[in-house]
Structure formats: structure tokens, C-alpha cells
Ligand binder design. Sequence first.
Ligand code: ATP
Length: 446
Amino acid sequence: MPDAAVTMDRIVSLCKRRGFIFPASEIYGGIANTYDYGHYGVLLKQNVIAQWWKAMIQERDDVVALDSAIIQHPSTWEASGHLAGFTDPLVDCRTCKQRFRADHVGELQCGRRPSKHPGEDAQCDLTESREFNLMFETTIGPIREFGSTVYLRPETAQGIFLDFKQVLQFARRRPPFGIAQVGKSFRNEITPGNFIFRTLEFEQMEMEFFVPPAEAQHWYEHWMKERFDWYVRLGIDPEHLRLRAHDADELSHYSSATSDVEYLFPYGWGELEGIANRGDFDLSAHARVSGEKLEYVDPQGGERYIPHVIEPAGGVGRSMLAFMIDAYDEDELGGEKRTVLRLHPALAPVKVAVLPLLRKDGHPELARSVYEELRRHVKAEYDDGGAIGRRYRRQDEIGTPFAVTIDHQSVEDRTVTLRDRDTLAQERVPIDGLAQGLQGRLDPHG
Ligand code: ATP
């Protein structure tokens, strides 16, 4: 288990208290499974996404970037199988008028009190289960009746397949190579979602890796390892992670093999990311429906084939949640309870806080100039509000790895104290060279 102190309630309340993440439309009573990200939430999210791009693009030369449209031609979803098959089985209760996922009834609470599972109470009156499509539908054109029906994408992957031919040309690639994209996807999920684990709209980080068919198994194994290691590198305890292969009856319609990277949430194991061997399902399907040839032709030898695809598909929100839960800790400091997010420095929303000890005696002026220098290099925050202990506590809760305190000695000899979030060591260091020194500590590998 992650640290015994961490519960979903504590994470949810920290997120709200510090403005990371909170329910959307709250002034109207909220809207199911929908959240807004505040200042620190946005910064943390950006850092997660940046680390993903770094692993995909900066540290490799066989993946290129793409940003495709959210609303695509409706034939996309016919070809991909989403119109026919992207469904959940749902049952309605005629008594309480609620709707439930038929395959989750055993874990759900019925509207009746004392709480029972749907169907357990004598007054429950459940319909037969029916399949409901998870795609949100909308219309292009001002008049609904005359417009054409389109869908908000339920995954970013299909945009990549539609652009396969374009990218093949402009990026001058040959398999094995990948196309990566990060963006919002939408699913009409009705299961209550354990905070941001399951939401109606969410960001995905997906990469389709196109390979010669004979190499598919090799690359499947390669990406399983790469993606597992990414979470570990960014601070998740490997004991809290596992790779779980899907049983044959769990596999999606397009997949011949899938493994999920799962995290041990406080309520049990949950998927962070799926790595799927999609074979040539998608390119063949879009070729069939569009009439375009979606294949690789070797310009020299004339060899031609439809590449197979290995797809690592992760969620930004889910991985953020896992990073926060794994980083959450409570300890004691001077007899008081301290809550601290021991986030990896690359993920921490703020890297260094600059704190004048007093609001007089030249402290604020010097602190401000130190802050202005540091923020040219890293995300820094200036805070002069309240007792110094409370300011440290605030930074600990948002996971800031370092705090720089300016005191009377700083004014005299241009040194500051540098406090380490994790060891709590306080070192006296010169202001000159502080930015470079900090960068070295934040990213010891440069
Ligand atoms: P689940 O079985 O939990 O519904 P899935 O297998 O349908 O997930 P995929 O289609 O493989 O999910 O999507 C890839 C990733 O996108 C998931 O691993 C997850 O991180 C994220 N994701 C999918 N659906 C949601 C959602 N409703 N809310 C938040 N993240 C999601």
C-alpha cells in the first residue's frame, strides 16, 4: 500500500485546500465526474505532460508530434468500430430512476437507504441491460435537424491513424516510428469516478508506434518496459505499480494483446495506462472505409505492407493522481503534524519559494531581487504572508523542493538559508551562484 496516511479523502481535501483540483460548476451544485484545475493543478499537469513529451520526443528520434482535431469526420468512428462497439451495458431502476453500469452493480450503491447494491432491495425494479454508446454526440450547423451528426473524440488515437499518410510524407519516416499526441478526449461515463480517476473529459497521452509486422512483439515488450520505467523514474515506488496482461475476454475489439500499467490506489489497483498491440486493425479499417491506401512502401526495394501498431495510451489526470498519492506523506515537525508532497522535482509545480523572514529591515527588497533572478531559471514563488513556519508548511503541501529564506544576515553578507523539503536540512549558501546551484540540485543529471 502507499503510505498508510494517504486516503482519497485526504488527497481530495489537499487538492481543494491548495487549489490543485476542485469540482467544476460548483456554484450550481457541481456536475457529475467533472473537475477544474487551479493554479498548482495546471502547473503539475503541465509538468506531467512535459515529462511525457520529453520521453517521447526529446530522448528519442523515432517519434514525431501531432495535434489532430477533436471533431473528426463521422466516418472515423464507423471505421474504428466505436459507433458499433464503444458501449457500456447499462440498467435503469424504474423505482429510483437511477442508471447503473450493469457490470459494476456489485460495487455500486443503490439510491435506497440504508445503502444497498442496485437490485438488492425488494423495491428495486431493474430493466434488462442495454448497450449505451459512450461517445458524446453533437451537430455541425445551426439547425439541429439539418446538421450533420458528429462526435467528440473518445480517444486521441484515431486522429493519428487518419494522418498516418501525411506524417509518413512530411516527417520522412519509415517504420519503426511513432506519432505522439496529447489532448482532450470525452466519454459519457456514468460510473461515479473516484475523483479524477474517471471523468467525462480527460487528457490522454497517446503514441501510435508503427512497425513492420514481424517486429510487433519486440516493440510491444519494449514499450511495456519503457512506460513502466517512466512512472518509476518520476518517483512512483515500483512496489505500487504492476503490469497486468489482459485476459482474452477483456481485450478490446482491435487488440491482440494488451497490458495495463496499474497503480495501487488507496481503494485498490487501477489502470494508469494501457499498452496495446493493435495489429493492422486501424489502418486497414480506415483504408477500407476511406478508399485510401494506408500502407508503407519502401522507396528503394518496393517492399509494401500495412504496419502493425503498438500503442501506449495513458491518462494525464490518472497519472497526476498517482504521482500525488505516492508523494503524499505526513510527519512531525517541532511537535506539529506536517503534510508534505514529496513530488519529484521535475513534477513539482513550484521549484523554489523565496521567503523574507521579516517584512522590514531590507528583507523584502533583497528577497524580491533574489526571486526575480531565480524565476528567470525555474518556477519560483515569492511569499511574505504570515509566520515563516506557516509559509514552509504551505510550500511543503504543494511539494516545493526548496525554500530560500532571507534574514538579517543575508542583508549583511549576501547569504541565504536553503531549506530542503525532504531532509529539512538548512544550509547557508551565497546568493551569487544560487540559481545554478539550485538547477544542479533539481536536475542532478543536467
Ligand atoms: P477504463 O477501463 O478504466 O475505463 P480504458 O481501458 O477504457 O479505461 P483506454 O481506452 O485504454 O482506457 O484509455 C487510455 C487511458 O486514458 C487510460 O489508461 C486512462 O489513463 C485514460 N482514461 C480513459 N478513460 C478515462 C476517463 N473516463 N477519465 C480519466 N481518464 C481516462
